[in-house]
Design a protein around this ligand. Structure first.
Ligand code: DGL
Length: 266
């Protein structure tokens, strides 16, 4: 079981930022990554639809023999995590709790900003997770739906992206947040631009890095970590459009994607 792969899934390409953080922290682990490129984006979809899609992917990964599943997608975590955990035969880890924990640890003023897709923000999942840890926290959430297509376009440092970021982040700047949670798979790629727009004194919390730490702890606690001598294999599975996934995915992952399969679900 310890040499079995770790499953990671996302609505599409964005979860590769989480895969990248996991590859760095757990280089001995094999991974099967599923990107639901046929049905992306999840951000504007209803909670029921996102739950159904997420449950189908979980079942697929479990059937492929994974030892644990990381829900890299913030929108899936927001709408479906307890639903998936209740149905899964393997541990399931989401991205929201690790991000919330890091935000609470980093804030000095208790004023925390959260940005995410429309679905993630509407769910209130980050607010609940932050308030469970610090009931007095003053949480300001802002949906930033235009960031996803801008990042997929590769416009990480484009004047149009900066203009939109200024518009989205203005209420958070005025609220005086000292921490901003990047509550979407795509946003870590905008870090330098967001830091510039927010100015000094605001810490950016990258859920990808925090989740990788959480997965490391979870595997160790359950005695599921791969032996140090394991020869890891990384397999990427998408539900559509392998070419786009390969091309844009390399930017998210920071390296070329070697093995990609297409498996339509549903
Ligand atoms: N992966 C999604 C998330 O982290 C962003 C893209 C989408 O809307 O599907 O919320």
């Amino acid at each position: 079981m310890n040499a079995a792969p770790l499953g990671i899934f996302d609505s599409g390409i964005g979860g590769l930022t989480v895969a990248r953080a996991l590859f760095e922290r757990l280089p001995q682990e094999s991974v099967i990554y599923f990107g639901d490129t046929a049905r992306v984006p999840y951000g504007p979809k209803s909670p029921d639809t996102v739950r159904r899609y997420s449950a189908e992917i979980l079942a697929y990964l479990v059937q492929r023999g994974v030892k644990a599943v990381v829900v890299a997608c913030n929108t899936s975590t927001a709408h479906a995590l307890p639903h998936l955990q209740a149905r899964s035969s393997v541990p399931v880890v989401g991205v929201i709790e690790p991000g919330a924990r890091a935000a609470v640890a980093a804030t000095k003023t208790g004023k925390i900003g959260v940005i995410g897709t429309a679905g993630t923000v509407a769910s209130g999942a980050y607010e609940r997770a932050i308030r469970a840890l610090r009931p007095s926290a003053d949480v300001h959430s802002q949906p930033c739906p235009l960031f996803v297509p801008l990042v997929e376009e590769g416009w990480f440092d484009h004047p149009a992206t900066e203009l939109i970021a200024r518009e989205y982040l203005d209420p958070l700047r005025r609220a005086g947040v000292d921490v901003l949670v990047l509550g979407c798979t795509h946003y870590p790629l905008l870090k330098p631009l967001l830091a510039r727009v927010l100015g000094e004194g605001v810490s950016l919390i990258d859920s990808a890095a925090e989740t990788a730490k959480e997965v490391t702890r979870e595997l160790a606690a359950r005695g599921l970590d791969a032996p140090a001598a394991n020869a890891p294999e990384h397999l990427f599975v998408v539900s559509d459009d392998e070419l786009h996934f390969r091309k844009v995915g390399a930017r998210f992952l920071g390296e070329k994607l070697q093995k990609v399969e297409v498996v339509p679900l549903g």
